[in-house]
Design a protein around this ligand. Sequence first.
Ligand SMILES: C[S@@+](CC[C@H](N)C(=O)[O-])C[C@H]1O[C@@H](n2cnc3c(N)ncnc32)[C@H](O)[C@@H]1O
Length: 250
Amino acid sequence: MTARDTLKSILPASARRWLRSWQLASERFLRRFQGEANLGSLRRIVPVSPSDFGGNRGQCIDRYYIEKFLTEHAADVRGRVLDFADDTYARRFGGNRITSVDVLHATEGNPQATIVADLAQGENLPTESYDCILCTQVLLLIYDLRAAVRTLHRILKPGGVVLVTVPGIQKITRGDMQVTGDYWRFTDASMRRLFEEIFPKENVQVQAFGNVLAAVAFLHGFAVEDLRPGDLDFHDPDFQVSIALRAVKA
Ligand SMILES: C[S@@+](CC[C@H](N)C(=O)[O-])C[C@H]1O[C@@H](n2cnc3c(N)ncnc32)[C@H](O)[C@@H]1O
């Protein structure tokens, strides 16, 4: 007979119940010190901002990382530049270093587009033409990634730079899903391998951004303004919200 069984047999039921409740209370107390948390207002099955990525509350969390990366590499945005959907980033980060901007869009009907083409097919896209390509938030929408990266490489001038961002932890982009499809989420490892198959290894730099708070907040549609200064800059490699890559053609 174990000590536990002996105690059970000699203690009255009321004392056993008291001991059991005392045991549960002390376990709860200990859990608090072990980092147990309360889900609070996040105990919900639909996001706080279901219809967007936080843009109706302020700056989107992924844009904070994308623009931080583009700011760090603004010097690459120069000469003849290719941008996607519109020329906002080319003009904002390139300023007077740029000489011209082409805007690529996958489908007809975008008045800002100067080229309508599929990056995976590469039609209408001139070889060795661009000093810089700003390929932000595009590759997630292209099923044949390898073909798309081959085109990016082909259309860059020798020495040209492609600046890429893709999502790691992010919900589906519903509008794009309906038009082109939304196929992929990435890690720093998948991005590195994908580009190192085409670009020289030593010319590929990859950077991941995010932490668990940034990921949860972004999934719910909170904005940068909902967080404290510094919350987004803590880097946890296990919670990659955005992945950025810079590759230079040899
Ligand atoms: C979400 S927008 C991203 C562009 C924008 N500059 C940004 O930073 O958010 C996605 C762009 O990728 C383009 N796109 C999607 N699939 C494509 C494909 N197969 N070939 C070329 N462009 C594609 C879309 O037409 C659109 O212009």
